[in-house]
Write a protein of this length. Structure first.
Lengths: 233, 749
């Protein structure tokens, strides 16, 4: 399983750069993989349907188009999961290599097949091992700047809702409420982000009887805990 | 009976003695002995008789078989005792009771020992070879065993009862025959033949039980009737008496056991009731300064395991309560009275706390013999109330202000040198109880700066002395900056001399005003905000001149001017008479504006000087609305507003030729707290990194506790603050959480 928290190499999204393999419509004959050029062709054809012809990548507009074809909202978690599958580095953009990676992994080459594969993808991602990785990915994906390592509260609230809303509705609702009224933090770090995931998995809610202030929970969760206790009193 | 028969070889005819014959002979000796013991008229054994008896045995044992009668003689030896005991000794004892029985027993035991001694001498030859060969008990033991089995075993219980009855009688105040008891109890010891078993099982255990129930009864009534001091006196007396008892007639090994029982019944069982007695218990004794009673309490409970803990606890509570009361008193006075009176009260508080400490330290040393429990109790008590805030001021600040008052000229303390030294010593000791030592250091530094810069230090020796004391208590790092400040002043004076020399040598450079500059080393002094105030041209010249001079001395240093600390002497040319005004540089800057214009609006002044509103209002207030109205304000309201205008008050006068116009100092408290908080963040960071660097991997709780410990010399870090710094260090990639265990942290090189 890929190590998430210490991923230093691919943490920041790099500005898109054009590489030769992306613009080459026909894979070279010396390609190492025994892929039939025909299969790759299909994927590229599909790519080109959504890609911006001048930049050579699928941009936000293209993604919108894709989403409507897939009949999912672009804020649907499945799109984020797709991004994860393709190891997309920049929010709102899919490169050719990334696209190919995902489609290859999902074994699809048409929009229709992709649409069918999405629920299965979701199921796969929701498996605990994968989900932890996905969860961390979701955070990094939202970082807009290479030097940035935290995300503003508002975005976090939306992200939490998207990523954990279906599995931990209660926790997310309360925590989001808290985040909005507290003043200690204006941004959330990766450590705090992962901490919340651990909180959802380990702490019974809303009683939180197994939570302890003595442990190494991030301070924001300690404060959240105390706030909850006050409310419950 | 003479014992020696020397070399006289008395040869008897070695005719074979047969048993019956020989024993008849022996019997005569035994009978004689018995008569002597019974006190009947009977001459003592002479040496010939003795020899005969001895030799008879000797011969009968050395005869050739079948006439070697060793075994039979051995048995008959024992039988002799048994017969005597059964026929005479036991009956004599059984017919007596109580003390009479005891006396009889002592006599009979004494007799028996004599009998054993004599008979075993007669039969000595058996001891030499026979018993060893057959691994049999020696004669002495046989004799004693007879008494033990026949007499002692029969009677020891009755005897024990009689003894205990006498002991209790003595406890009730009656006279008893102590020597008799001693003799009786010696029997118990001796009958054990080297072991204390008999004494312990047949007497001591019962005696202890009885003693326990005796004192249990006494205690249950005393605890109801007596006051705590009286009860303690009685207890002390009882313990003393019991010790005497042991010395007089009990075996010494009984002492610790008996003492333990008595202590238990008197002091342990009722410890709580005794100490907590409403009007005379420990609390009351402390309240009423009953030093003797408290010393007694200590003596009594000192020997009991964990006995002192409740006492120390009450002591701690008492001291804490007294301390809290002082704090509350100061707090109440502060809220009810005007600010300046309140601050005096706060200083009074420190005085009182010092006195409290002195008072109870005497208790610890004298009543409680400097026992660690009480030192600890005192320390913990002081740590509780010494860290309370009074009227918004932390104890750290109060203490720093207290020092300032002692050390500054005209301070509220008018004491002798010795008294000052003593007070400073005590203040430094109090600092040990304050957890925010770094806060104290910062307040102290700020006030020290004011004293040094405005020449308000009363005595240099005292200044240095307290720094030495602080250094001793808190370490060199604590005082290094302060020492630097004091040194700076000395250097500044030298520097000033050089400056004046320079001016002498360069008359063109002379600014035309007497200028004194104090150059401070930045790191030592508190940080001061400096504003880019537009100085009057005269002062600008001064600054330039000094810069010129300074550059001749050192090239690579930057001078930052702190005008807020400057003082200026102005000649005020008032109508009535000229008066010298001693003002701050800022005030001077304002006033000098009126040299060129008669009337200025608030905004004029604001623009010309380039100050903030807050500062300007303060300045103008001090010059137009306070005690000395150098400027007249229009309208003449009590406060300055931005629409006011000001004019030089030519009509101003005062009976003095020179007046000081104070500028109320900005409340430094907020800034000090901010600075200290900032320093603490760095200190926590440094501690965390230091710890993690050496440990590499560490659990959260351990990291936190080590961090707290490392920092405890200077302050008590807030756990949340530590957590926050840790998270910051994670974000900055100094630390990371362990993958498997999120409660563990790793150091990232």
């Amino acid at each position: 399983m890929p190590r998430t928290a210490s991923k230093t190499t691919k943490k920041r999204s790099k500005p898109y750069t054009v590489t030769s393999s992306d613009t080459d419509p026909v894979p070279s004959a010396s390609s190492k993989t025994k892929k039939s050029s025909k299969e790759n062709d299909e994927k590229y054809k599909l790519f080109n349907k959504y890609a911006n012809t001048s930049s050579g990548v699928i941009d936000p507009e293209g993604i919108e188009k894709l989403c409507s074809k897939l009949k999912v909202s672009h804020t649907d978690i499945k799109i984020l999961m797709l991004a994860w599958k393709m190891k997309s580095e920049r929010q709102g953009y899919f490169t050719k290599a990334e696209w190919r990676r995902a489609l290859k992994a999902l074994k699809v080459d048409t929009t229709k097949k992709l649409k069918k594969a999405l629920p299965e993808l979701e199921e796969q991602v929701r498996k605990p091992l994968n989900f932890a990785d996905f969860y961390a990915y979701a955070f990094r994906y939202c970082l807009t700047d290479e030097r940035q390592n935290c995300i503003d509260i508002e975005t976090i609230c939306q992200l939490l809702d998207m990523v954990l809303g279906s599995t931990f509705r209660d926790q997310v609702d309360h925590f989001v409420d808290y985040l909005k009224i507290q003043n200690d933090y204006k941004v959330i770090t990766m450590d705090q982000w992962m901490g919340f995931y651990r909180f959802c998995n380990e702490i019974s809610f809303p009683d939180m009887t197994n939570y302890s202030l003595e442990l190494a929970w991030p301070l924001i969760l300690d404060n959240f805990f105390e706030w909850m206790r006050e409310k419950q009193a | 009976v003479q014992e020696r028969f020397g070399n006289q070889s008395f040869r008897m005819e070695r005719k074979t003695i047969d048993l019956e014959q020989g024993w008849d002979y022996m019997q005569t000796g035994i009978t004689k002995l018995k008569r002597i013991l019974e006190g009947l008229p009977e001459p003592q054994f002479d040496s010939e008789q003795y020899m005969m008896l001895y030799t008879t045995i000797y011969n009968m044992c050395t005869q050739k078989p079948p006439h070697d009668y060793s075994q039979q003689l051995y048995d008959k030896y024992r039988e002799a005792f048994e017969e005597y005991i059964n026929s005479t000794v036991l009956p004599a004892l059984k017919e007596k009771h109580d003390e009479y029985m005891l006396r009889e027993l002592v006599k009979r035991w004494s007799n028996h020992k004599v009998m054993v001694r004599w008979l075993s001498r007669f039969f000595y030859y058996l001891d030499r070879y026979f018993i060893a060969r057959r691994s049999l008990p020696p004669l002495n033991e046989v004799g004693l065993t007879c008494f033990r089995d026949r007499v002692y075993n029969e009677l020891h219980s009755k005897v024990k009862d009689a003894v205990i009855a006498l002991v209790d009688k003595e406890r009730e105040g009656e006279q008893i025959d102590r020597a008799l008891l001693k003799n009786v109890l010696d029997i118990y010891v001796e009958i054990g033949m080297g072991q204390m078993e008999r004494y312990e099982a047949d007497f001591e255990s019962f005696m202890l039980l009885d003693s326990a129930s005796y004192y249990s009864r006494k205690a249950s009534s005393w605890i109801q009737e007596d006051s705590c001091p009286d009860y303690m006196l009685k207890s002390e007396e009882c313990l003393k008496k019991e010790r005497e008892r042991v010395a007089h007639y009990l075996h010494s090994s009984s002492e610790p056991k008996l003492v333990e029982k008595v202590q238990h019944e008197l002091l342990v069982v009722y410890a709580n009731q005794l100490l907590e007695k409403e009007h005379s218990g420990c609390r009351a004794l402390l309240r009423d300064d009953k030093v003797d009673d408290l010393s007694r309490m200590y003596r009594l409970y000192h020997k009991i395991a964990k006995g002192l803990e409740p006492v120390a606890n009450i002591f701690k509570q008492h001291v804490t309560a007294e301390g809290n009361a002082l704090v509350q008193q100061a707090e109440d006075t502060a809220t009810n009275q005007a600010a300046n009176i309140a601050s005096v009260q706060e200083q009074v508080l420190i005085r009182k706390v010092i006195e409290l400490h002195d008072k109870y330290m005497v208790y610890v040393v004298e009543c409680f013999q400097s026992h660690t429990l009480f030192h600890k109790a005192l320390k913990e008590a002081f740590e509780i109330f010494c860290n309370k805030t009074v009227a918004g001021s932390s104890s750290a600040e109060l203490l720093a202000t207290f020092c300032d008052n002692i050390l500054k000229k005209g301070g509220s303390e008018k004491l002798s040198d010795e008294a000052i030294e003593d007070t400073l010593e005590k203040v430094v000791k109090l600092l040990a109880y304050i957890s925010d030592k770094d806060l104290f250091a910062e307040f102290y530094r700020k006030k020290l700066a004011r004293r040094l810069l405005f020449d308000r230090s009363a005595n240099d020796d005292h200044e240095r002395s307290i720094l030495t004391k602080l250094k001793q208590q808190c370490g060199g790092q604590f005082t290094s900056k302060m020492e630097g400040m004091v040194t700076d002043l000395t250097l500044a004076r030298e520097n000033q001399t050089s400056f004046e020399e320079y001016l002498g040598n360069n008359p063109a450079a002379n600014p035309g005003i007497d200028l004194t500059v104090t150059v401070l080393t930045t790191g030592f002094w508190p940080s001061y905000k400096s504003f880019d105030i537009n100085l009057p041209s005269e002062m600008v010249k001064c600054v330039e001149v000094f810069k010129g001079f300074y550059e001749t001395k050192t090239k690579h240093r930057k001078l930052t001017w702190i005008y807020s600390l400057g003082t200026c002497h102005l000649n005020g040319k008032f109508d009535h008479k000229p008066i010298e005004l001693v003002v701050s540089t800022y005030q001077a800057a304002v006033l000098l504006l009126f040299n060129t214009t008669d009337k200025l609006s608030y905004n004029d002044i604001l623009t010309q000087l380039n100050l903030s509103h807050e500062d300007l209002v303060r300045l103008l207030h001090s010059l137009s609305c306070a005690r000395y109205k150098i400027l007249t304000k229009e309208p003449s309201t009590k406060t300055v507003s931005q629409t006011d205008s000001f004019e030089f008050n030519a009509k101003f006068t005062d009976r003095m030729r020179r007046i000081k116009i104070p500028l109320p100092p900005v409340d430094e408290r907020k800034k000090v707290v901010e600075d200290v908080d900032k320093d603490r963040r760095y200190a926590i960071d440094a501690a965390i990194v230091r710890i993690m660097k050496s440990r590499k991997v560490l659990g959260h709780q351990q990291l936190v506790s080590e961090c707290v410990e490392q920092l405890s010399r200077m302050f008590k870090p807030d756990i949340k603050a530590i957590k926050k710094r840790m998270e910051d260090l994670i974000t900055r990639d100094y630390l990371e959480r362990d993958k498997e265990n999120p409660n563990m942290f790793r150091y990232l090189a």
